[in-house]
Write a protein that binds this ligand. Structure first.
Ligand code: MN
Length: 644
C-alpha cells in the first residue's frame, strides 16, 4: 500500500512537471484541482494490476501532456472514467469544471465499445467489423477531435498494463488495438501513439516474433550504436562546415516496423541486415531552405540511390506530414534512409492533429501553414455523417478513410486532399458537388487528360465544366471504366439520380437495359428478367439501373444466363472517327484483358473507320467490360456484336 501511494505521487509529479513545460500557471492549477477531484472519486478502487485506479487516468493525461494537448483535454483525461466508474453526473462535472470539459468526458464515456471476436488469422470478417467500428468512432468524434485523442491515450495505458488480464482478453484487446486504434492514430498523424500501440499489440498477438525481434535488436546493439554514431558524427561535421545548424539523430526503429520490414524483405528474397536495416537517421534543421541545403551536403558526402528520393516538403504526405527522404550509400557501402525536416515539421510528424491545439493562439499559425491542419479531418468527418447507413458505408470507411491520401491543387493554388487512386471527377466532387455533376473534361498540369486518369501527389487540376447544368453520366458508376474511385463521388452521383424524377430515371434505365439486351442477344421477355432479379416490375428494375444502384457489370452478370450468344467466340464491329492511334487503343484494351484476337480488319468509311475484330474470351462479363471500355474511347461512335 505504502509503495502504491508513493507510486501515485511520483506519477502525479511527472504530470505536473509535464504541464509546467507548456501550460500557463492558471491552467496548471486547474489540472491540479482535477487531479485531486479524480483521486477522491476513484478512492479505494484498484486496477487489475493491483495498483490504485487513479494511476490509470493520470497516465492517460500524461501521454496527452507529452504531446502538449490543451488544458481541457488533460483535465478530461484525468476525469475520463469518473462518470462510468464512480457515478459522477454530467451536471456535477459541468458545475465543477465547466461545460467544455463535462462534454468531453461525456463523449469519451459514450464512445461505442469495440468488439472484435475473431482471431488474428481470420482477417476478412473482422475487416467489416473494424470498418463499422471506426465509422462509429469517427462519428462520435465529429463534434470534437479531442475525444478520440483521449480515447487513444486511455487505450495506450490499457495496452501497457495488459499483462494483468486473462489471456483471452489480452488477445482480443490487442487485436482491437492493432486493427482499429493504431490505424486511427496513424490517420490522425500521432506517430508517437501509433508506434507504441503497434508495438504493444505486437507483443501479445505474435509473442514469438516479438521476442525474436526484440532479441535481434538487443543482440547487435553495440555494433549498431557504433555505426549510428559514426554516421551521425560525419554528417554533423559536414553540415557544420556548411554553416547549417542541425540536430542529427540515429535511432533504432520500432519493433513492429522492423517486423514488417523483415516480412517485406523475405517476400522479395532480400537479406535483412542486423546493423544497417535497423537504423533510422534524422536531421532536424531550422528552416525549409536549410532542409534543401542539407540534402545537397548529404548527397555530396554519400551517393544518393537513384529513385529513392521523396520530397514530402513540396508534396506533403498523408495527414500533413512533411520531410525530405533520401536513401544514400552510407558508411560501409550500405544503403541507409535519411530524413530531413524542420523543427515544426518534426512536431507535426510526431504529433499530427495534436499539433493543431498548441498553435491555435499563435498569430503566425494560419499564415505559416498553407494547409488548414484540421480541414482534412473535418472533411473526413462531415462526409462520414452525410453517408447513409447502407451496404456502402463499410466500403467507404475502408477506402476513403483508411487509404493513404494524396495532395493536389486547384488552379488557384488551393490544396485538396484525396484518397490515393482518385480521378479528376473525384477531385471535382471534392471541390463542389455541382462541379462534379457538371464536369466535362479535365486538365492536369496544363494537359488535357481522360477523365479516368489517376491523380498523382502534387498535381494541379483544372476542371472544365459544361455551360449548362448537366447530369452526371451513368457510366461514371461503372467500376470497369475507372471514372471515379471515392465512395464520396459514388454517393453524390447516386444522390443526384435519387432526386431526379422517377420517369427520367426509368427512361435512362430502360435505355441501358435495351442496349445490353440487344448486345447480349437476349430474347427472354423483360418481365421474366425483372422477376429473376427479384423486382416486382420492369419499371422497378429500370429505375435501379437508371439510378446506378445496379451497375453495368452486375447487370451483365445477371443477364448472361439469358444470353444466346456464343461466349467463347465473338465478333465486334465498331465505327469511329479516324484518328491516329485508334486501332492501337482498341487492341490495347482487348489485350489488357488477356483476350486473344483471332481476326481483325478495317474498312474505310466516308465518315471514318469501321473496325471488325473477332476475339476469344472467357465469358460475357469480360466481353462486356471490353465493350464498355472501347465505347468510351475517344472517337468511338458505335459498337455492336455481329452474329456468329
Ligand atoms: Mn480508462
Amino acid at each position: 500500500m505504502e509503495e502504491n501511494l508513493s507510486m501515485v505521487s511520483l506519477i502525479e509529479t511527472d504530470l505536473v512537471a509535464a504541464t509546467k513545460k507548456y501550460l500557463p500557471k492558471i491552467e496548471q492549477k486547474k489540472v491540479e484541482d482535477a487531479l485531486l477531484f479524480a483521486t477522491k472519486c476513484h478512492e479505494g478502487q484498484k486496477r487489475r494490476t493491483g495498483e490504485p485506479y487513479i494511476i490509470h487516468p493520470i497516465q492517460a493525461a500524461q501521454y496527452l501532456a507529452d504531446i502538449n494537448m490543451d488544458c481541457p483535454t488533460i483535465i478530461a483525461a484525468l476525469l475520463h472514467d469518473v462518470m462510468e466508474d464512480c457515478g459522477i453526473s454530467f451536471k456535477v462535472l459541468e458545475k465543477k469544471f465547466g461545460k467544455e470539459i463535462a462534454t468531453l468526458v461525456d463523449a469519451v464515456t459514450k464512445l461505442p465499445s469495440v468488439r472484435i471476436k475473431n482471431t488474428y488469422s481470420e482477417r476478412s470478417d473482422s475487416e467489416i467489423e473494424r470498418a463499422a467500428t471506426i465509422r462509429k468512432l469517427l462519428l462520435a468524434t465529429s463534434e470534437d477531435a479531442r475525444v478520440i485523442l483521449i480515447k487513444l491515450a486511455d487505450r495506450l495505458h490499457n495496452m501497457e498494463t495488459l499483462f494483468a488480464l486473462e489471456e483471452d482478453d489480452q488477445s482480443r484487446i490487442a487485436l482491437e488495438t492493432m486493427e482499429i486504434f493504431a490505424p486511427l492514430a496513424h490517420r490522425l498523424g500521432i506517430w508517437d501513439f501509433k508506434w507504441k500501440l503497434e508495438d504493444e499489440s505486437f507483443k501479445y498477438l505474435m509473442p514469438k516474433a516479438y521476442k525474436e525481434i526484440a532479441n535481434l535488436v538487443s543482440r547487435k546493439r553495440k555494433a549498431r550504436e557504433k555505426y549510428a554514431d559514426r554516421t551521425t558524427m560525419l554528417l554533423e561535421e559536414s553540415l557544420l562546415k556548411a554553416s547549417i545548424s542541425c540536430d542529427v539523430q540515429g535511432r533504432a526503429k520500432h519493433l513492429y516496423s522492423i517486423y514488417k520490414k523483415i516480412e517485406r524483405y523475405s517476400s522479395l528474397g532480400k537479406k535483412f541486415d542486423e546493423i544497417h536495416d535497423l537504423i533510422a537517421v534524422r536531421v532536424v534543421v531550422n528552416s525549409v531552405k536549410d532542409c534543401y541545403l542539407t540534402l545537397g551536403v548529404l548527397h555530396e558526402l554519400w551517393k544518393p540511390i537513384p529513385g529513392e528520393f521523396d520530397d514530402y516538403i513540396a508534396n506533403p504526405k498523408d495527414s500533413m506530414y512533411q520531410s525530405l527522404h533520401s536513401t544514400v550509400m552510407c558508411l560501409d557501402s550500405y544503403p541507409v534512409e535519411i530524413q530531413i525536416r524542420t523543427k515544426s515539421m518534426h512536431e507535426t510528424a510526431e504529433r499530427g492533429i495534436a499539433a493543431h491545439w498548441q498553435y491555435k493562439d499563435d498569430p503566425d499559425y494560419l499564415e505559416n501553414s498553407y494547409i488548414d491542419k484540421l480541414t482534412w479531418f473535418r472533411n473526413l468527418i462531415d462526409w462520414q455523417i452525410e453517408l447513409p447507413e447502407d451496404e456502402d458505408y463499410l466500403d467507404s470507411v475502408k477506402s476513403d478513410v483508411l487509404k493513404e491520401r494524396i495532395y493536389c491543387y486547384t488552379p488557384a493554388g488551393d490544396i485538396k486532399s484525396l484518397p490515393m487512386g482518385s480521378t479528376p471527377i473525384d477531385f471535382a466532387y471534392e471541390v463542389h458537388t455541382e462541379l462534379g455533376h457538371n464536369t466535362t473534361s479535365a486538365i492536369i498540369n496544363g494537359q488535357v487528360v481522360p477523365l479516368n486518369t489517376i491523380i498523382s501527389n502534387g498535381d494541379t487540376i483544372e476542371i472544365i465544366k459544361s455551360r449548362k447544368s448537366q447530369a452526371p453520366r451513368l457510366d461514371w458508376l461503372n467500376p470497369d471504366l475507372g471514372f471515379i474511385s471515392t465512395n464520396k463521388s459514388r454517393f453524390k452521383i447516386r444522390q443526384w439520380f435519387r432526386k431526379e424524377e422517377r420517369n427520367l430515371t426509368a427512361e435512362r434505365g430502360m435505355m441501358e437495359l435495351s442496349r445490353l439486351i440487344s448486345r447480349l442477344k437476349i430474347t427472354t421477355p423483360l418481365i421474366d428478367i425483372a422477376e429473376d432479379m427479384s423486382q416486382e416490375s420492369v419499371e422497378e428494375l429500370a429505375i435501379l439501373v437508371g439510378a446506378g444502384i445496379i451497375n453495368t457489370p452486375t447487370l451483365v452478370k445477371n443477364l448472361s444466363k439469358f444470353s444466346k450468344q456464343n461466349i467463347s467466340h465473338s465478333t465486334i464491329q465498331l465505327d469511329a472517327e479516324d484518328r491516329v492511334g485508334l486501332l492501337r487503343d482498341v487492341t490495347q484494351v482487348i489485350s489488357d484483358e488477356g483476350i486473344n484476337i483471332t481476326a481483325i480488319s478495317t474498312i474505310e468509311l466516308e465518315t471514318g473507320k469501321r473496325i471488325i475484330i473477332t476475339v476469344d474470351s472467357n465469358g460475357l462479363q469480360q466481353q462486356n467490360r471490353i465493350y464498355s471500355i472501347i465505347d468510351n474511347l475517344e472517337g468511338v461512335r458505335n459498337i455492336e456484336t455481329m452474329n456468329n
